[in-house]
Every structure is written in structure tokens, then in C-alpha cells.
Design a protein around this ligand. Structure first.
Ligand SMILES: Cc1cc2nc3c(=O)[nH]c(=O)nc-3n(C[C@H](O)[C@H](O)[C@H](O)COP(=O)(O)OP(=O)(O)OC[C@H]3O[C@@H](n4cnc5c(N)ncnc54)[C@H](O)[C@@H]3O)c2cc1C
Length: 389
């Protein structure tokens, strides 16, 4: 596949890399310890066009294609914190694409454009205490009441949830209709009845905040419903595709950093009289891991190319072939990243287990990849269905 990146992508890459290395990386220890990063980071990323590069100019974006989003997710990794990368990707690639696709002029002006500028923080509310993979099983209910909806229920694992200005929320509008009874709403978090139940403690991605939310008789005007009533599940399945392939791009970039840093470590660390990287055992290991990483990146780029063709060239819905490619990428990238992280930690010996070393944090953080945004097992379940098995 010829390189999908043109000069303008390369310029954008330089901007995001500088931002990550100069404005994120120096704060790793502070923000990981604080289990959060400052709201100003959203503002700064917005000013630099980090969120909006792949959105149309009419909604406040840069008018670029999907490859801008790939570049962004690859370069944010250089900030050294998967938590910050995740918070920023939720803002630009998970909670907001559905607003660009379906939003009214007023919804775009009130929610999307300020989010792309980093002036409002966005969260995506799908998962619930009793329903994650099986999204059709959500129970939060928006009951119609004249021109409003009254929402009751709870969401969990919500990234940016403790400080979001609005949540792109999936709820049931017909509780008896399964997948055909879900709708999206845009919910300002200052609405009466909205509450943050708690901030969740995680084993990794410490610099991001993850919340459990509750809604008690939360009254939302019908003008905040996004798209058609009861079509939310279909919209979400479309939205998931960009989220998943962007996560793959970010994971592969992280895998590259792990390999680079580990190989450098192995040049300096000696055992039995020579650098450990000079041991054939490890040389072959790194060759194999490099091959697997290249394969993972190639499948990711194929998924990104399919997505770009569907949404940016044909300006259509995501096709089932694209869903299959992206799901395969999510499976393969997950397995490869787990292996790279584990082998790189092993290569560091005891230092791999000590917090001072980047690899210790990455090993913990990357574990989320096989769970978040669709588990590896559910990806296999979908692909088996698509293959007619
Ligand atoms: C740090 C973090 C951040 C997150 N951020 C967000 C967010 O911002 N917004 C949001 O809405 N959600 C978010 N999530 C939720 C995430 O998307 C879910 O955790 C994920 O979709 C899995 O759902 P679950 O946790 O309910 O697992 P479950 O659905 O309960 O799955 C449990 C196990 O059963 C397996 N399983 C389920 N179905 C099948 C099947 N058909 N075949 C085989 N095995 C199956 C799963 O693979 C898994 O191993 C986040 C999660 C975490 C941990």
C-alpha cells in the first residue's frame, strides 16, 4: 500500500508530536499521580486543531480526511500517558463524530464546535453496570413527556465523566425493543438530575478520569435528541468503527515506542560481559515482534483506508466489509500489543517492574486495549457472524 500521508499530514504530525513531547510528556509523573490531567489540555489541543483536523470546515474543523485522525492518535502516544491519549481521543473521535453526522445546526453550534475548540469537554455514555458488550441490553430509559424526555438510569466506565460539560448519551426510548429501541441524546452535565456517583480507581491509564454516572428524573428537551428516535444502536455501530481503528493506530504507535525504548535499554544493559541486545535469543525476539508490529500496522491502515473510502470519499455509511476489517484489526492489534508489552517488560528484568521505567506503565495501560471499545471476544463474535459461521 503506498503511503496514505501527504505533506499536510506530515505538517500536522509535526504539530501534534511537538505538543505531545513538549506539553504532555514533562507532566507524566504529576498527572499520573493526580489521576487526572488539567482541563486546559483540552483547550490547548483545540487551539492547535488536534480535535478538528478531520472534521468538515462547516462545523469548525480543518476539512481534512480520516488520515489526520490516524496521525493524531499515533503522535499523542509520544506524550507518554495512555490516559491522556484516551481522554483526548474520546473528545475528538468517540463522543463527537456522531454529532457531525447527525447533529442539527443548533446541536453542532452548541456542542460540536466548542468541543473541537476544546472549550467544552465531551464524554461518551454507553456502558452501564449491567450492559457493556451487549449494548442492546442497556436499561437507562428516556421516557417521553410532552416535548421533553425524562431520563433515569446509570452509566459506568465513562472516560472524562467527572468533568465533562456534556455527554453523548445512549439510552432506551423503547425499553421493549432491544437494539431497535435505543436513541442518542446530548446531555449538558449541569442539567438537574445529572450526577457523578464516583470516580473509578483503575489499574492503569491513571492520568484519565473514569466515572460512574447516574440520572434521576433528568429532563431533557426533545431538541437534544440526536438523529432519529430508536436508531441509536445503528448510529453507535457506525461510530464504533472509527473509535476502534483509531485505538488500533494509537496502540501500534505505542508498540513502536516500546520496541525503540527497549532496544536502546538493551544496548546499555550488560549481562555476562556483553549488552543484552547482543544475545541472539533477544535479537530474534525483537525481529519477530517487529514483524508482528508491521503486520498489525498494515491491517490497521487497511481498516483506516476502508473507513476513509466509505465516509470521506463515498460519503456513505460504513460497509460490512469495513466493519469486518476493523474488527479483525482490533483482535490482531490487541494480541500483538499484549505480546510486545510483556516481552519488553521481561527484557528490562527487574527494572521492568519498577514504576520509574516507562515500560512498567505501558504494560499496565495497554491491557485496556483488549477490553475498551469492544472486547477481543466480541470482535471475534461479530466477525464469525459476518463470515456466516
Ligand atoms: C478504562 C475504561 C474506560 C472506558 N471508557 C468508556 C467510555 O468512555 N464510554 C463507555 O460507554 N464505555 C467505556 N468503557 C467501557 C468498555 O467499552 C466496556 O468495558 C467494554 O465494552 C466491555 O464491556 P463490559 O465491561 O461490560 O464487559 P462484559 O460485556 O460484561 O464482558 C465480560 C466478558 O464476557 C465476554 N463476552 C461478552 N460477550 C461475549 C460473546 N458474545 N462471546 C464471547 N465472549 C463474550 C467479554 O469479552 C468479556 O471477556 C470503558 C472501560 C474501561 C475499563
Amino acid at each position: 500500500m503506498p503511503s496514505p500521508f501527504r505533506e499536510e499530514h506530515d505538517q500536522f504530525r509535526t504539530t501534534v508530536r511537538k505538543f505531545a513531547e513538549k506539553e504532555l510528556l514533562p507532566f507524566v509523573d504529576e498527572w499520573e499521580k493526580a489521576e487526572n490531567f488539567p482541563n486546559e489540555v483540552f483547550k490547548r489541543a483545540g487551539e492547535l486543531g488536534v480535535f478538528g483536523a478531520h472534521y468538515p470546515e462547516e462545523v469548525g474543523g480543518g476539512g481534512g480526511d480520516f488520515w489526520f485522525s490516524v496521525v493524531k492518535s499515533e503522535e499523542l502516544v509520544r506524550g507518554g500517558m495512555a490516559g491522556v491519549t484516551m481522554g483526548l481521543l474520546v473528545q475528538g473521535d468517540m463522543a463527537t463524530p456522531v454529532i457531525a453526522d447527525l447533529g442539527t445546526k443548533e446541536q453542532i453550534a452548541e456542542f460540536l464546535t466548542p468541543a473541537l475548540r476544546g472549550e467544552k469537554i465531551a464524554a461518551l455514555g454507553v456502558s452501564e453496570p449491567n450492559a457493556g458488550s451487549d449494548v442492546a441490553g442497556i436499561q437507562t430509559w428516556a421516557k417521553k413527556d410532552d416535548d421533553d424526555y425524562v431520563i433515569n438510569g446509570a452509566k459506568t466506565y465513562i472516560t472524562n465523566g467527572t468533568r465533562a460539560d456534556f455527554v453523548t448519551l445512549l439510552v432506551k426510548t423503547n425499553p421493549d425493543a432491544g437494539a431497535k429501541g435505543c436513541s442518542f441524546f446530548l446531555v449538558p452535565t449541569k442539567t438537574k438530575g445529572f450526577g457523578v456517583s464516583k470516580k473509578l480507581k483503575k489499574i492503569g491509564n491513571h492520568s484519565s478520569d473514569t466515572a460512574e454516572l447516574h440520572f434521576e428524573d433528568m429532563r431533557i428537551p426533545a431538541r437534544y435528541r440526536l438523529g432519529e428516535e430508536n436508531m441509536g444502536f445503528m448510529y453507535l455501530m457506525q461510530n464504533f468503527q472509527s473509535e476502534r481503528i483509531i485505538a488500533c493506530a494509537s496502540a501500534c504507535a505505542g508498540g513502536g515506542v516500546m520496541l525503540e525504548e527497549s532496544i536502546q535499554y538493551g544496548r546499555d544493559r550488560k549481562a555476562f560481559g556483553k549488552p543484552i541486545i547482543k544475545r541472539e535469543y533477544w535479537q530474534h525476539k525483537f525481529v519477530d515482534l517487529t514483524a508482528k508490529l508491521e503486520a498489525a500496522r498494515a491491517l490497521t491502515y487497511k481498516g483506516a483506508e476502508c473507513y476513509n473510502d466509505d465516509k470521506y470519499v463515498k460519503k456513505d455509511n460504513v460497509s460490512l466489509d469495513t466493519v469486518k476489517t476493523i474488527s479483525l484489526a482490533k483482535i490482531f492489534v490487541g494480541d500483538v500489543m499484549t505480546e510486545i508489552a510483556d516481552q519488553c517488560l521481561q527484557f528490562h528484568g527487574g527494572w521492568g517492574y519498577i514504576e520509574e521505567f516507562h515500560i512498567a506503565r505501558v504494560w499496565r495501560d495497554q491491557r485496556l486495549f483488549r477490553i475498551g471499545g469492544g472486547t477481543t471476544e466480541t470482535m471475534r463474535y461479530y466477525v464469525a457472524k459476518l463470515m456466516g459461521l
